[in-house]
Design a protein around this ligand. Structure first.
Ligand code: NAD
Ligand code: ZN
Length: 244
């Protein structure tokens, strides 16, 4: 399926583009998505684990080492993953100065940066960073091979991965930037996200309320009513199609 000429023209005409990406953008890099199935195992990243235990403050407090070890496992899985054509095309688009292209991601894998994007609004944090649960200080030492939760050198608190867990607020500055990027765009591209995780999922509606056109790129389109155009192809094919 090609991108309809009408949509292509719309994308080319837009002055300010805001892109929101989700786990689907990293799927072609071999990173398991949140809800969809992983080809080889027929299991999603979370089906074997209780998200409430692995990705919540209560789960961490109940068993910090178990949660820490799960993140160490995820990091070891992610280590060999490379940015794909979608990540690279977005980075190139941001660099070409013809349009203002803002990038918001729900992904924590750092693949947008690895693909060359310098400006990434990370709504859900970044799995490669850690900070102290108690004093919030960033922990900058390498945690490679560290099996159990470490103590903060500043205050003795527990060091945790810097990702947003269920029930936690989004980083304030990231949310502010995401809101303003959504408010001020004339085209909002929602790519590879199931749009079920709020408040991120509300950004498209925010853009639309300010007059932006909302386009979804997802091989399994969501049923959101606010979407103006749906392009049911994988992310790399979409961004590849823009170049022609
Ligand atoms: P999700 O797993 O809920 O949805 C992924 C969506 O991507 C699905 O709708 C699927 O149809 C679509 N998709 C699959 N392959 C695609 C492709 N090649 N191109 C385009 N779309 C494709 O993911 P979400 O909406 O991002 O929400 C998941 C939450 O879990 C987020 O909060 C995120 O922080 C976290 N998470 C992050 C990563 C990561 O960093 N890579 C991975 C898993 C989960
Ligand atoms: Zn501390």
């Amino acid at each position: 399926m090609d991108i309809e000429p009408e949509v292509l023209a719309l994308i080319q005409r837009a002055k300010r583009v805001t892109i929101l990406t989700g786990a689907g953008v990293s799927a072609e890099s071999g990173v398991a998505t949140f809800r969809s199935y992983k080809e080889e195992t027929k299991e999603s990243l979370w089906s074997r684990y209780d998200p409430q235990k692995m990705a919540s403050i209560d789960g961490f407090l109940e068993n910090p080492n178990r949660v820490w070890q799960w993140y160490q496992w995820r990091r070891s899985e992610l280590k060999s993953k490379k940015p794909n054509d979608a990540h690279k095309a977005i980075a190139n688009w941001q660099e070409s100065n013809e349009q203002t292209v803002k990038l918001i991601t729900q992904n924590v894998d750092g693949l947008h940066q690895a693909g060359g994007s310098e400006d990434v609004i990370e709504l859900h944090g970044n799995i490669w960073r850690n900070h102290c649960l108690q004093c919030q200080a960033e922990y900058k030492e390498s945690v490679d091979g560290v099996e159990n939760v470490i103590e903060c050198p500043e205050c003795g608190g527990q060091i945790r991965p810097s990702v947003v867990w269920f029930g936690e607020a989004l980083p304030e500055h990231a949310w502010r930037d995401a809101e303003s990027a959504s408010y001020s765009c004339d085209l909002f591209l929602s790519v590879g996200t199931s749009s079920q995780v709020y408040p991120a999922a509300g950004l498209a509606a925010l853009a639309k309320s300010q007059g932006a056109t909302v386009v979804e790129i997802n091989p399994e389109p969501t049923e959101s009513l606010i979407i103006d155009y749906t392009i049911a192809i994988v992310a790399s094919q979409f961004f590849g199609g823009l170049r022609r």
